[in-house]
Ligand binder design. Structure first.
Ligand code: SF4
Length: 82
């Protein structure tokens, strides 16, 4: 499976992803609690659609960002996993 946006391999450091996510989350107010966030990421970590350890192959989002937003759900085609 390739990324939704392109078929290239994406090399991004964990530190860069975390910095980007923290910056973007400062603009958000509707966030889930840490327990819910952890459960969502645990599900993503076992999902065959997770690419490069950080990108959802269906929406192209960093899951570490999407999972923190209470108004988002999992876009898995056969049914949302969270
Ligand atoms: S399909 Fe859902 S569970 Fe799988 S990586 Fe995307 S958001 Fe996570």
């Amino acid at each position: 499976m390739s990324c939704k946006g392109c078929s290239r391999s994406i090399i991004v450091s964990d530190a860069s992803i975390q910095s980007l996510i923290e910056e973007q989350l400062q603009l958000e107010i509707d966030l889930v609690d840490d327990v819910t966030y952890g459960k969502r990421l645990e599900i993503c970590s076992k999902c065959p659609s997770l690419l490069f350890g950080h990108t959802c192959g269906h929406c192209g989002c960093f899951v570490q960002f999407r999972a923190k937003l209470s108004y988002k759900n999992c876009p898995y085609p056969e049914g949302s996993k969270w």
